[in-house]
Design a protein around this ligand. Structure first.
Ligand code: DGL
Length: 275
């Protein structure tokens, strides 16, 4: 197999990274994607950095055995503790990680504050401190650690009174501020976008980094001469450490539900395998 025809490994602590996968398949329709969700160990955000680094490294190791040409860490939490470590270990492998999209939020800022919703680990790690140093002097940035939101998504709860009550509690301390934007610093949160928008208010921009990450994947594949330009080779394989029918169905539902707004049916070039 030619190098450019090899698959791309996409990983997350669970089903959240599917919000990145849907942008990837839209932007890179000729690529073959292996998606692995580690739902058996979710949430990552409340574990130790070492635990998350080890879990992430084990998934990358499995991907390498399957012959991937690049890795996408579709998890802000895993990126913050494992991306640099893995890049040092596999120097020739493109490893692209997602991080909170503070830059676009600051660029379109209108004088109000920006809230960053993310896991406790993402918000306390150095990567986020670096982002704050870069952009925090220009505008007020409020960190909002949300330790429970990942579990809502993993359970398939994207709306409803319990979720709404949790969000209300999180936003309550900031009701007297003018909020311009909410950055979704966890790949599970785009699936809660409507509930978050309702709580934050209609006028608030909700920003996530999945499209930016997909663009970066494309850029790095092009630079490494690894972009597959042959139609008909695209495909998606989804697996999950939980290995339950429920999580498999939810994964495909999230991917296809949300993808049909990006993909015209007649252009859908994927051989989707139900594995
Ligand atoms: N989707 C992961 C992220 O982007 C969630 C991590 C977790 O499982 O806590 O951070």
């Amino acid at each position: 197999m030619k190098d450019e025809e090899k698959p791309i490994g996409v990983l997350d602590s669970g089903i959240g990274g599917i919000s990145v996968l849907r942008e990837l398949i839209s932007l890179l329709p000729y690529e073959r994607f292996y998606y692995f969700g580690d739902s058996a160990h979710a949430p990552y955000g409340t574990k130790t950095a070492e635990e998350v680094r080890n879990l992430t490294a084990a998934i990358v190791n499995d991907f390498l055995k399957k012959g991937v040409k690049a890795i996408v860490i579709a998890c802000n939490t895993a990126t913050s503790v494992a991306a640099d470590y893995l890049r040092k270990k596999y120097v020739n492998l493109p490893i692209i990680g997602i991080e909170p999209a503070l830059k676009p939020a600051v660029m379109q800022n209108n004088g109000g504050s920006i809230i960053v919703m993310a896991t406790p680990m993402t918000l306390r790690e150095k990567k986020f401190a670096d982002l704050m140093e870069c952009y925090g002097s220009e505008v007020e940035i409020i960190s909002m650690p949300c330790d429970k939101l990942v579990s809502f998504v993993e359970a398939g709860i994207m709306n409803g009174p319990c979720l709404q009550a949790y969000l209300e509690e999180k936003f309550a301390p900031f009701r007297d501020r003018k909020i311009d934007a909410v950055v979704l610093g966890c790949t599970h949160y785009p699936f809660l976008k409507e509930s978050i928008q309702e709580t934050a208010g209609k006028q608030v921009a909700i920003i996530d980094g999945s499209l930016g990450t997909a663009r970066e994947v494309k850029r790095q594949l092009e630079a490494a001469n690894l972009l597959n330009r042959n139609p008909g080779k695209g495909g998606i394989e989804i697996s999950n450490s939980l290995n339950s029918e429920k999580i498999r169905c939810l994964s495909w539902k999230l991917l296809l539900n949300k993808s049909n707004i990006y993909l015209k049916k007649e252009l859908f070039p994927y051989k989707i395998e139900y594995k």
